[in-house]
Design a protein around this ligand. Structure first.
Ligand code: SF4
Length: 305
Protein backbone atom coordinates (compact mmCIF):
# COMPACT_ATOMS: atom_id res chain seq x y z
CA UNK A 1 0.00 0.00 0.00
CA UNK A 2 1.30 3.45 -0.92
CA UNK A 3 2.17 5.42 2.21
CA UNK A 4 0.54 8.80 2.82
CA UNK A 5 3.99 10.16 3.58
CA UNK A 6 7.50 10.06 2.11
CA UNK A 7 9.12 7.38 4.29
CA UNK A 8 12.91 7.69 4.46
CA UNK A 9 13.21 3.94 3.84
CA UNK A 10 11.36 4.34 0.51
CA UNK A 11 13.51 7.32 -0.42
CA UNK A 12 16.68 5.28 0.20
CA UNK A 13 15.31 2.28 -1.69
CA UNK A 14 14.56 4.43 -4.71
CA UNK A 15 17.95 6.15 -4.55
CA UNK A 16 20.06 3.01 -4.05
CA UNK A 17 17.97 0.40 -5.84
CA UNK A 18 17.26 -1.72 -2.75
CA UNK A 19 16.52 -1.44 0.94
CA UNK A 20 19.24 0.33 2.93
CA UNK A 21 19.69 -0.50 6.62
CA UNK A 22 20.98 1.83 9.32
CA UNK A 23 23.70 0.58 11.66
CA UNK A 24 23.61 2.42 14.98
CA UNK A 25 26.95 3.35 16.52
CA UNK A 26 27.98 4.50 19.97
CA UNK A 27 31.35 6.19 19.44
CA UNK A 28 31.79 7.00 23.12
CA UNK A 29 30.94 10.69 22.88
CA UNK A 30 29.57 12.67 25.78
CA UNK A 31 27.25 15.67 25.63
CA UNK A 32 27.94 19.26 26.78
CA UNK A 33 24.46 19.33 28.24
CA UNK A 34 25.37 16.48 30.58
CA UNK A 35 29.08 16.91 31.35
CA UNK A 36 28.71 20.33 32.97
CA UNK A 37 29.87 22.45 30.01
CA UNK A 38 26.30 23.70 29.49
CA UNK A 39 24.59 21.82 32.29
CA UNK A 40 24.87 18.60 34.25
CA UNK A 41 21.19 17.71 34.08
CA UNK A 42 20.75 17.11 30.35
CA UNK A 43 17.48 17.47 28.49
CA UNK A 44 14.66 16.46 30.80
CA UNK A 45 13.73 13.38 28.77
CA UNK A 46 17.32 12.11 28.23
CA UNK A 47 18.37 8.99 30.13
CA UNK A 48 21.81 7.45 30.56
CA UNK A 49 21.81 5.93 27.06
CA UNK A 50 21.81 9.38 25.37
CA UNK A 51 19.19 8.14 22.87
CA UNK A 52 21.22 5.09 21.84
CA UNK A 53 18.98 2.26 20.69
CA UNK A 54 21.52 -0.38 21.78
CA UNK A 55 21.18 -2.70 18.79
CA UNK A 56 24.49 -4.20 19.90
CA UNK A 57 27.13 -3.68 22.53
CA UNK A 58 28.58 -0.18 22.69
CA UNK A 59 31.71 -1.71 24.21
CA UNK A 60 32.92 -2.79 20.77
CA UNK A 61 35.13 -0.37 18.85
CA UNK A 62 33.50 1.42 15.93
CA UNK A 63 34.78 -0.94 13.24
CA UNK A 64 33.47 -3.92 15.18
CA UNK A 65 30.11 -2.26 15.81
CA UNK A 66 29.82 -1.74 12.05
CA UNK A 67 30.89 -5.30 11.16
CA UNK A 68 28.59 -6.79 13.80
CA UNK A 69 25.72 -4.65 12.50
CA UNK A 70 26.37 -5.70 8.89
CA UNK A 71 26.60 -9.41 9.76
CA UNK A 72 23.50 -9.38 11.95
CA UNK A 73 21.34 -7.50 9.43
CA UNK A 74 22.69 -9.57 6.56
CA UNK A 75 21.90 -12.91 8.17
CA UNK A 76 18.50 -11.74 9.45
CA UNK A 77 17.21 -9.83 6.42
CA UNK A 78 19.72 -10.45 3.62
CA UNK A 79 20.73 -6.77 3.94
CA UNK A 80 23.39 -5.61 1.48
CA UNK A 81 23.52 -1.82 1.80
CA UNK A 82 23.98 0.25 4.94
CA UNK A 83 24.26 3.71 6.45
CA UNK A 84 26.51 4.25 9.47
CA UNK A 85 24.46 6.12 12.07
CA UNK A 86 26.34 7.83 14.90
CA UNK A 87 23.47 7.93 17.34
CA UNK A 88 24.47 8.03 21.01
CA UNK A 89 24.90 11.42 22.70
CA UNK A 90 26.51 14.31 20.74
CA UNK A 91 28.49 12.97 17.81
CA UNK A 92 30.34 16.16 16.85
CA UNK A 93 31.54 16.89 20.38
CA UNK A 94 35.31 16.58 19.78
CA UNK A 95 38.06 18.33 17.80
CA UNK A 96 37.96 17.88 14.03
CA UNK A 97 41.03 15.60 13.79
CA UNK A 98 39.50 13.21 16.32
CA UNK A 99 36.15 13.32 14.55
CA UNK A 100 37.86 12.43 11.27
CA UNK A 101 39.40 9.29 12.75
CA UNK A 102 36.07 8.28 14.25
CA UNK A 103 33.98 8.84 11.11
CA UNK A 104 36.65 7.27 8.84
CA UNK A 105 36.55 4.07 10.84
CA UNK A 106 32.86 3.59 10.00
CA UNK A 107 33.77 3.23 6.32
CA UNK A 108 35.49 -0.09 6.92
CA UNK A 109 33.30 -1.98 4.45
CA UNK A 110 32.36 -0.98 0.91
CA UNK A 111 28.71 -1.74 1.66
CA UNK A 112 28.57 1.39 3.86
CA UNK A 113 26.93 3.89 1.50
CA UNK A 114 26.86 6.93 3.72
CA UNK A 115 26.93 8.47 7.14
CA UNK A 116 24.36 9.97 9.46
CA UNK A 117 25.49 12.02 12.46
CA UNK A 118 23.26 12.92 15.39
CA UNK A 119 24.19 16.09 17.24
CA UNK A 120 23.14 19.36 18.87
CA UNK A 121 23.01 22.63 16.91
CA UNK A 122 25.52 24.30 19.25
CA UNK A 123 28.16 21.62 18.65
CA UNK A 124 28.96 22.20 15.01
CA UNK A 125 31.07 24.74 13.18
CA UNK A 126 32.32 25.32 9.68
CA UNK A 127 35.36 23.01 9.99
CA UNK A 128 33.30 20.11 11.32
CA UNK A 129 30.74 20.58 8.57
CA UNK A 130 33.50 20.71 5.93
CA UNK A 131 34.69 17.34 7.24
CA UNK A 132 31.20 15.82 7.23
CA UNK A 133 30.39 17.15 3.76
CA UNK A 134 33.39 15.22 2.38
CA UNK A 135 31.82 11.81 3.14
CA UNK A 136 29.46 9.90 0.86
CA UNK A 137 25.76 10.73 1.33
CA UNK A 138 26.16 12.80 4.51
CA UNK A 139 23.19 13.46 6.78
CA UNK A 140 23.19 15.57 9.91
CA UNK A 141 20.53 14.73 12.49
CA UNK A 142 19.94 17.92 14.45
CA UNK A 143 18.12 17.72 17.78
CA UNK A 144 15.72 20.62 18.14
CA UNK A 145 12.57 19.18 19.83
CA UNK A 146 10.59 22.44 19.70
CA UNK A 147 10.88 25.76 17.88
CA UNK A 148 9.57 27.63 20.96
CA UNK A 149 12.24 29.15 23.16
CA UNK A 150 10.09 28.99 26.29
CA UNK A 151 9.76 25.22 25.78
CA UNK A 152 13.47 24.78 25.03
CA UNK A 153 14.18 26.48 28.33
CA UNK A 154 11.71 24.30 30.22
CA UNK A 155 13.20 21.08 28.86
CA UNK A 156 16.75 22.31 29.57
CA UNK A 157 17.99 22.07 25.98
CA UNK A 158 20.71 24.63 26.61
CA UNK A 159 20.27 26.31 23.21
CA UNK A 160 17.55 28.34 21.55
CA UNK A 161 15.77 28.21 18.20
CA UNK A 162 18.03 30.90 16.73
CA UNK A 163 21.04 28.67 17.42
CA UNK A 164 19.33 25.89 15.47
CA UNK A 165 18.62 28.25 12.57
CA UNK A 166 22.29 29.23 12.31
CA UNK A 167 23.47 25.61 12.41
CA UNK A 168 20.86 24.59 9.87
CA UNK A 169 21.85 27.36 7.46
CA UNK A 170 25.53 26.47 7.74
CA UNK A 171 24.88 22.77 7.12
CA UNK A 172 22.77 23.53 4.06
CA UNK A 173 25.47 25.85 2.69
CA UNK A 174 27.87 22.90 2.92
CA UNK A 175 25.48 20.67 0.96
CA UNK A 176 24.66 18.40 3.91
CA UNK A 177 21.16 16.98 4.23
CA UNK A 178 19.52 17.78 7.56
CA UNK A 179 17.02 15.67 9.49
CA UNK A 180 15.42 17.50 12.43
CA UNK A 181 14.37 15.72 15.64
CA UNK A 182 11.16 16.97 17.26
CA UNK A 183 9.20 15.86 20.32
CA UNK A 184 5.41 16.00 20.47
CA UNK A 185 3.54 16.31 23.75
CA UNK A 186 6.07 18.42 25.64
CA UNK A 187 4.60 19.93 28.78
CA UNK A 188 3.21 23.41 28.17
CA UNK A 189 2.89 22.94 24.42
CA UNK A 190 -0.61 22.92 22.98
CA UNK A 191 -1.64 21.76 19.51
CA UNK A 192 -1.25 25.27 18.05
CA UNK A 193 2.34 25.52 19.28
CA UNK A 194 3.30 22.14 17.87
CA UNK A 195 1.73 22.96 14.53
CA UNK A 196 3.47 26.34 14.58
CA UNK A 197 6.73 24.36 14.81
CA UNK A 198 5.63 22.30 11.80
CA UNK A 199 4.99 25.49 9.81
CA UNK A 200 8.37 26.94 10.72
CA UNK A 201 10.16 23.75 9.63
CA UNK A 202 8.05 23.62 6.46
CA UNK A 203 9.19 27.12 5.60
CA UNK A 204 12.82 26.02 5.99
CA UNK A 205 12.16 23.11 3.61
CA UNK A 206 14.07 20.67 5.81
CA UNK A 207 15.25 17.44 4.18
CA UNK A 208 13.99 15.08 6.85
CA UNK A 209 12.27 14.79 10.20
CA UNK A 210 12.04 12.40 13.14
CA UNK A 211 9.00 12.77 15.38
CA UNK A 212 9.12 11.43 18.93
CA UNK A 213 6.45 11.11 21.58
CA UNK A 214 7.49 12.56 24.94
CA UNK A 215 8.55 9.57 27.01
CA UNK A 216 9.24 9.25 30.74
CA UNK A 217 12.21 6.98 31.44
CA UNK A 218 13.37 6.03 34.92
CA UNK A 219 16.87 7.55 34.62
CA UNK A 220 15.77 10.82 33.01
CA UNK A 221 15.17 14.07 34.96
CA UNK A 222 11.54 14.08 33.82
CA UNK A 223 10.91 10.93 35.91
CA UNK A 224 11.22 12.85 39.17
CA UNK A 225 8.82 15.55 37.98
CA UNK A 226 6.37 12.92 36.78
CA UNK A 227 6.48 11.00 40.05
CA UNK A 228 6.05 14.15 42.14
CA UNK A 229 3.15 15.40 40.08
CA UNK A 230 2.03 13.08 37.29
CA UNK A 231 1.03 15.09 34.24
CA UNK A 232 -1.12 14.12 31.32
CA UNK A 233 0.73 12.46 28.43
CA UNK A 234 -0.77 12.05 24.98
CA UNK A 235 -2.54 8.78 24.35
CA UNK A 236 -1.80 6.85 21.17
CA UNK A 237 -4.69 8.34 19.21
CA UNK A 238 -3.89 11.91 20.26
CA UNK A 239 -0.26 11.42 19.24
CA UNK A 240 -1.20 9.88 15.88
CA UNK A 241 -3.71 12.66 15.13
CA UNK A 242 -0.99 15.22 15.86
CA UNK A 243 1.51 13.38 13.67
CA UNK A 244 -0.96 13.55 10.77
CA UNK A 245 -1.63 17.26 11.45
CA UNK A 246 2.12 17.87 11.48
CA UNK A 247 2.86 15.94 8.28
CA UNK A 248 0.02 17.61 6.40
CA UNK A 249 1.82 20.93 6.94
CA UNK A 250 5.22 19.74 5.70
CA UNK A 251 6.25 19.74 2.04
CA UNK A 252 5.46 16.42 0.31
CA UNK A 253 9.15 15.70 -0.32
CA UNK A 254 10.41 16.03 3.28
CA UNK A 255 11.63 12.55 4.15
CA UNK A 256 10.07 11.00 7.26
CA UNK A 257 12.75 9.13 9.20
CA UNK A 258 10.75 8.11 12.23
CA UNK A 259 7.24 8.36 13.63
CA UNK A 260 7.21 5.54 16.18
CA UNK A 261 9.64 3.27 17.97
CA UNK A 262 9.77 0.05 19.92
CA UNK A 263 12.04 -1.69 22.34
CA UNK A 264 11.91 1.01 25.00
CA UNK A 265 13.87 -0.27 27.93
CA UNK A 266 12.67 -1.75 31.16
CA UNK A 267 13.10 1.76 32.59
CA UNK A 268 10.03 3.01 30.71
CA UNK A 269 7.56 4.64 33.11
CA UNK A 270 5.06 6.15 30.66
CA UNK A 271 3.33 6.05 28.27
CA UNK A 272 3.15 2.28 28.05
CA UNK A 273 1.66 2.31 24.54
CA UNK A 274 4.93 3.70 23.16
CA UNK A 275 6.34 0.20 22.53
CA UNK A 276 3.51 -0.66 20.10
CA UNK A 277 5.35 0.57 17.03
CA UNK A 278 3.29 -1.22 14.40
CA UNK A 279 -0.04 -0.40 16.02
CA UNK A 280 1.03 3.28 16.12
CA UNK A 281 2.10 3.30 12.47
CA UNK A 282 -1.10 1.51 11.45
CA UNK A 283 -3.21 4.07 13.26
CA UNK A 284 -1.37 6.91 11.48
CA UNK A 285 -2.13 5.20 8.13
CA UNK A 286 -5.77 4.76 9.16
CA UNK A 287 -6.19 8.42 10.18
CA UNK A 288 -4.74 9.64 6.88
CA UNK A 289 -7.12 7.29 5.09
CA UNK A 290 -10.13 8.55 7.05
CA UNK A 291 -9.15 12.16 6.44
CA UNK A 292 -8.41 11.48 2.77
CA UNK A 293 -5.26 13.58 3.12
CA UNK A 294 -1.50 12.99 3.07
CA UNK A 295 1.81 14.67 3.81
CA UNK A 296 1.86 18.11 2.20
CA UNK A 297 -1.95 18.40 1.96
CA UNK A 298 -1.87 21.67 3.89
CA UNK A 299 1.56 22.90 2.86
CA UNK A 300 1.33 26.33 1.33
CA UNK A 301 4.78 28.00 1.29
CA UNK A 302 3.24 31.47 1.39
CA UNK A 303 1.23 30.56 4.51
CA UNK A 304 4.02 28.73 6.28
CA UNK A 305 4.79 31.69 8.51
S1 SF4 B 1 21.47 16.91 23.71
FE1 SF4 B 1 20.98 14.75 23.36
S2 SF4 B 1 22.48 13.59 24.55
FE2 SF4 B 1 22.57 15.71 25.27
S3 SF4 B 1 21.23 15.78 27.07
FE3 SF4 B 1 19.98 16.38 25.30
S4 SF4 B 1 19.06 14.49 24.47
FE4 SF4 B 1 20.73 13.91 25.89
Amino acid sequence: MQKAYQAFSDYLKEKHGEKVYKITIDAGFSCPNRDGTISKGGCIFCDDSGSFSKAHSSELDIKNQVITGINTLNSRFGAKKFLAYFQAFTNTYAPVDKLKKIYDSAFCDERILGISIGTRPDCIDEKKLDLISGYKNPWLELGLQSTHNETLKKINRGHNYECFLEAYKLAKEKGIKVCVHMVLGLEGENREMMLESAKRLARLNIDGIKLHMLTVLEDAPIARLYKEKPFQLLDMRQYCELVCDFLELLPANTTIHRLAGSGYSKTLIAPKWINNKFETLNLIDEIFKQRKTKQGAKFYPECAN
